[in-house]
Design a protein around this ligand. Structure first.
Ligand code: CP
Length: 350
């Protein structure tokens, strides 16, 4: 398979850093990998996958994807099977951390061709978490490309999502850039007993507006709006790529006429570090579950979720088992888009 990509950054940290031709090229390459799984784009290459948090899809699809392209993946869990890492600069390391990111990233760069990093927020102080210090630390000190495996955005999930939507509306050969323009896209908050990461919601808002859709962000109250960085990004994307952005706290109004329903639960940013005060608001909005009644209001919408998903909490069995649900397709696409990302990043290196 020949590899020609438009120019792109060294790292894959956030899709917003990549221009549309480069993202479209990744999607085209991913579709090709879906048709023909095996290749040699990573022959003799290695990737370190650094997980600070659990994973089913990301870990397995990256490991398998590297293998299918002739490469090899090493999985590390700092603090479990690798030394705990310090990320602050200039600090006296007399706490739990045994080594500094300045050494970790540079040593790994001597061994591998790519580094993937998963590091969720700590959920205590959003002003700290929004700095994405772990990912930024790896990107700063690594001398090989770094891939975001989900921190405060989830760019690999975005690509898998867009590929699945393009396939649904236009078939395997479709250009999502044209197919998705003007679709009514509802990003709905759903109930979950615990506050979750905003990463997938930030990402959904980013990529749906990037691809020119008419996006509605449906959430219980204004406190569940996403960080202004991502709200403003969405407005900027609308200005640059067309489509629209609206906010709703009314499920019936938001679902009406929707072409796409994408669900995710997340914690309200003003309550970081005092989640017991958020719990009553969260508990009062269990009815934001994606169910057959709400889906019946849509324009025969397709439904998806990044997974993992608690059935009959976030979405009903009937929705998950309906032909409208493409969550499994989207999960499969993680494998294909990540192979495209790894191949593109490696091919761009001397
Ligand atoms: N969607 C996703 O990233 O799944 P995992 O958390 O299982 O990797």
């Amino acid at each position: 398979m020949t590899m020609t990509f438009p120019e792109h950054p060294r790292d894959f940290l956030d899709t917003q850093d990549w221009n549309r031709p480069a993202l479209d090229a990744l999607l085209v390459r991913a579709a090709a990998f879906k048709r023909e799984r095996l290749g040699d784009a990573l022959r003799g290459k290695t990737i370190a996958l650094v997980f600070f948090n659990p994973s089913l899809r990301t870990r397995s699809s990256f490991e398998i994807g590297a293998f299918q392209l002739g490469g090899h993946a090493v999985v590390l869990a700092p603090g479990k099977d690798a030394w705990p890492i310090e990320f602050d600069l200039g600090t006296v390391m007399d706490g739990q951390a045994e080594e500094h990111i300045a050494e970790v990233a540079r040593v790994l760069s001597r061994y591998v061709d790519l580094i993937g990093v998963r590091a969720f927020p700590k959920f205590q102080d959003w002003s700290v978490d929004r700095q994405d210090a772990v990912l930024r630390g790896f990107a700063k000190f690594a001398t090989v490309p770094v891939i975001n495996l989900e921190t405060i955005v989830h760019p690999c999930q975005e690509l898998a999502h867009i590929l699945a939507l393009g396939e649904h509306f236009g078939g395997a050969a479709a250009n999502p850039g044209e197919i998705l323009r003007g679709k009514k896209y509802v990003l709905t908050w759903t109930y979950h007993p615990k506050p979750l990461n905003t990463a997938v919601a930030n990402s959904a808002l980013t990529i749906a507006t990037r691809y020119g859709m008419d996006v509605t962000l449906l959430c219980p109250t204004p406190e569940y709006l996403l960080d202004e960085r991502y709200m403003q990004r969405a407005r900027d994307n609308v200005a640059a790529h067309g489509g629209s952005l609206s906010i709703s706290h009314d499920p019936q109004a938001a679902y009406a006429g929707a072409d796409i329903v994408y669900a995710k639960s997340w914690g309200a940013l003003p309550y970081f570090g005092r989640w017991e005060q958020e719990q009553p608001i969260r508990d009062a909005h269990r009815h934001f579950i994606v169910d057959e009644q709400k889906m019946a209001l849509t324009n025969s919408a397709v439904f998806s979720h990044c997974l993992p998903l608690r059935r009959n909490v976030k979405a009903t069995d009937a929705v998950m088992d309906s032909p409208a649900c493409i969550a499994i397709e989207e999960a499969e696409n993680r494998l294909h888009v990540q192979k495209a990302v790894m191949a593109a990043l490696v091919a761009a290196r001397p």
